[in-house]
Design a protein around this ligand. Structure first.
Ligand code: FPP
Length: 255
């Protein structure tokens, strides 16, 4: 049924040519607006989330096609447990359904599935499905699809600090040797580049505890488009805008 409503979206009429030699390595997306999208159409919030999964399908495919190396999707935050149990259940079910339906195709397209966040707190069926998906796709060399689940930036930093402290206590790491790059190795995103581009649809302009260590020099791109209406054309527009920004990393303007 959501497809009927989605067809009415006229916002995707964007024809943008992106520079294929300057594709951001890591794009991170705060998927937002599913609930409002549904409300605007007098639908239950669950329909908004369902429509949101269709957007995930399209965006993952497109990012893999254009050569993005890492795509991190904020799918469930440490704060999302505050939502009504029915909604939490719907989100978990959609996650399992997505993995069951998509893993084969993602695998054949060389996508590697990964998670960030404490997935041990998720329902058993989610943990099992995620482990299966990660194992199956672990050797793939295409897009790394990073699902942020039960993820919170502050929680990640605290967890990293505790792990680092353990290594200091064991004498594996000396206090003097700790620097930013070493600390990064204690985060869920160990070994991954920081996000070049963070996208948030739906009009909100905040980070909501997403990748707060990693986003120090990320470019932000906001849009009022709600996630279920977000199409590949929007990702192209975000990349196009990113390509036209001057990233100085605290230095001076490039010549
Ligand atoms: C934001 O909309 C969306 C989410 C918090 C959940 C996104 C997750 C899924 C669609 C579940 C499936 C996940 C995968 C990876 C397949 P919102 O509810 O905050 O919208 P609102 O701000 O308009 O209420």
């Amino acid at each position: 049924m959501w497809k009927f409503f989605a067809k009415k979206n006229k916002n995707a009429n964007i024809n943008i040519k992106i520079d294929m030699s300057n594709i951001p390595s890591h794009i991170a997306i705060i998927m937002d607006g599913n609930g409002r999208w549904a409300k605007e159409r007098n639908l239950p919030r669950s329909m908004g989330h369902k429509a949101g999964v269709e957007t995930i399908r399209e965006i993952v495919k497109e990012c893999n096609k254009i050569g993005v190396k890492y795509l991190t999707l904020y799918a469930f935050s440490t704060e999302n447990w505050k939502r009504p149990p029915d909604e939490v259940n719907t989100l978990m079910k959609l996650l399992v359904e997505y993995l069951r339906k998509e893993v084969e195709e993602l695998h054949s397209n060389n996508v590697k599935i990964n998670t960030i966040g404490d997935i041990q707190e998720l329902p058993k069926v989610c943990i099992e499905q995620l482990k299966e998906a990660r194992n199956k796709t672990q050797h793939n060399k295409g897009l790394v699809l990073n699902l942020a689940l039960n993820y919170g930036g502050r929680d990640e930093i605290l967890r990293g600090m505790k792990l680092l402290y353990e290594d200091v206590k064991k004498g594996i790491v000396s206090i003097e040797s700790i620097n930013e790059s070493k600390f990064s190795n204690y985060l869920y995103t160990k070994g991954m580049p920081d996000p070049d581009l963070i996208i948030r649809p739906s009009g909100e302009q905040r980070l909501s505890n997403f990748l707060i260590w990693q986003c120090a020099y990320s470019e932000f791109w906001y849009s009022t488009i709600k996630w279920p209406d977000f199409k590949k054309e929007h990702i192209h527009k975000a990349i196009y805008d990113y390509q036209n920004r001057d990233r100085r990393f605290g230095g001076v303007e490039s010549e």
